[in-house]
Design a protein around this ligand. Structure first.
Ligand code: GDP
Length: 368
């Protein structure tokens, strides 16, 4: 029907044609908008890493940490190609309970070791970080001076997955960092539970940070952790705390005498220091370098690295087998039912496990 406004007889209000409003979006924006990040090829990753390109190194570490199979397959290829360029570093594990002063210490330790030149990567293994979302180890904000140093690379702990998975990612990241020319690697971990074992299995020197104070320092520390230490350092030896720290050091020395001599032939040392006031830091690093010279001369350095490679082969097999089992669709369906039967005492744990494994092997068409 003809619009009434077009009728000459029409006397009502007429709506004039409006003015077209310009678009509120900058018309040039499209042109300057960043293009979608180009996916790098394996050889571009490897080349970038070997040239020491930190952006590319970070991207590669992100792939290592990714759970996506397509990322993992690129990451594994990159790692393999970087392997020949890796290994040329000293790897130091640094452990201590929360509050022991790890971040304060790593900040000053880092600046100290960089005085002689070279490049330092600070990595971390913190299996609790995903749950607590608390102090994510290796967090840049915790290491103020080091984080702005041009020759440092700080990467927080990968947070997803089991301890084994987190540790594997950190170990793979070490390879990438070394290929990128980092000749000093710190791996930080919390001094509680199993994570020390994981760190110990990827470093040349394991440094345990302890605190003095309660008089029964030795009670709370697990024997196994002390046995792993190549050096024990008592932090916060400053102010009124100096005597207590010295006393604690004596107690640790006495306790260490009771342990069998380590395979390295090195006698673990106990020192006191203050990370906050930068007292005694040089002595700690003199000790670390003395150890490295010592074990390089007696062959233990290479022996330990070879043993670690072997350990990681088995760890990797274990991790992948477990993964394959628990992500299997048949198993995922069966597990809750079998768990219930075990809880109701309808099945013994062993028979339930057997049935699950049989089902898994049948799925894979493997004779068990
Ligand atoms: P982390 O949880 O092991 O990383 O410990 P932090 O480095 O965050 O330190 C915990 C607290 O101890 C902080 O308040 C630090 O300022 C303090 N602290 C660290 N090192 C020293 C030290 O050498 N002397 C003293 N007096 N305090 C320290």
């Amino acid at each position: 029907m003809e619009h009434p406004e077009n009728n000459e007889e029409y006397k009502g209000l007429v709506v004039n044609k409006g003015i077209e409003q310009p678009s509120s979006i900058n018309p040039y924006l499209k042109k300057i908008r960043k293009p979608k990040k180009k996916e790098l090829t394996v050889s571009e990753f490897v080349e970038g890493i070997i040239q020491g390109n930190i952006t590319i190194l970070s991207q590669a570490v992100t792939l290592v940490e990714s759970v996506k199979p397509e990322h993992q397959s690129i990451a594994q290829e990159v790692i393999e190609k970087c392997l020949p360029y890796s290994g040329n570093s000293i790897r130091i594990g640094i452990s201590g309970v929360p509050g022991a002063g790890k971040s304060t210490s790593i900040d000053v330790f880092g600046l100290h070791v960089l005085e002689k030149g070279g490049k330092l990567a600070v990595l971390a293994i913190d299996p609790s970080s995903e749950r607590s979302k608390g102090s994510i180890l290796g967090d840049k904000t915790r290491m103020e001076q080091l984080s702005v140093h041009p020759h440092s690379f700080i990467r927080p702990s990968p947070s997803a997955g089991s301890l084994g998975g987190v540790a594997r990612k950190t170990r793979e990241t070490i390879i990438l960092c070394e290929a990128a020319g980092f000749d000093k690697i710190f791996v930080e971990t919390v001094g509680v539970g199993q994570s020390e074992t994981a760190v110990h299995s990827m470093v040349d020197f394991f440094l345990l940070i302890q605190l003095a104070g309660t008089g029964d320092e030795l009670q709370g520390i697990k024997r196994g952790i002390m046995e792993m230490a190549d050096g024990i350092v008592i932090n916060k030896a400053d102010g009124n705390n100096i005597d207590k720290a010295k006393l604690a050091a004596t107690q640790f020395r006495n306790a260490l005498h009771l342990f069998p001599a380590p395979d390295s032939g090195w006698t673990p040392q106990v020192l006191t220091y203050s990370g906050f006031y930068n007292i005694g830091v040089k002595e700690i690093w003199d000790m670390v370098y003395e150890y490295i010279d010592f074990v390089k001369a007696n062959g233990y350095f290479n022996y330990r690295r070879n043993e670690q490679s072997k350990y990681w082969m088995y760890e990797s097999i274990n991790e992948q087998l477990k993964d394959s089992f628990y992500t299997n669709e048949v198993i995922k369906k069966m597990l809750p039912e079998k768990e219930k039967q075990v809880l109701n005492a309808d099945l013994t744990s062993f028979i339930a496990a057997r049935k699950l494994l049989d089902a898994y092997f049948k799925e894979l068409k493997i004779e068990s």
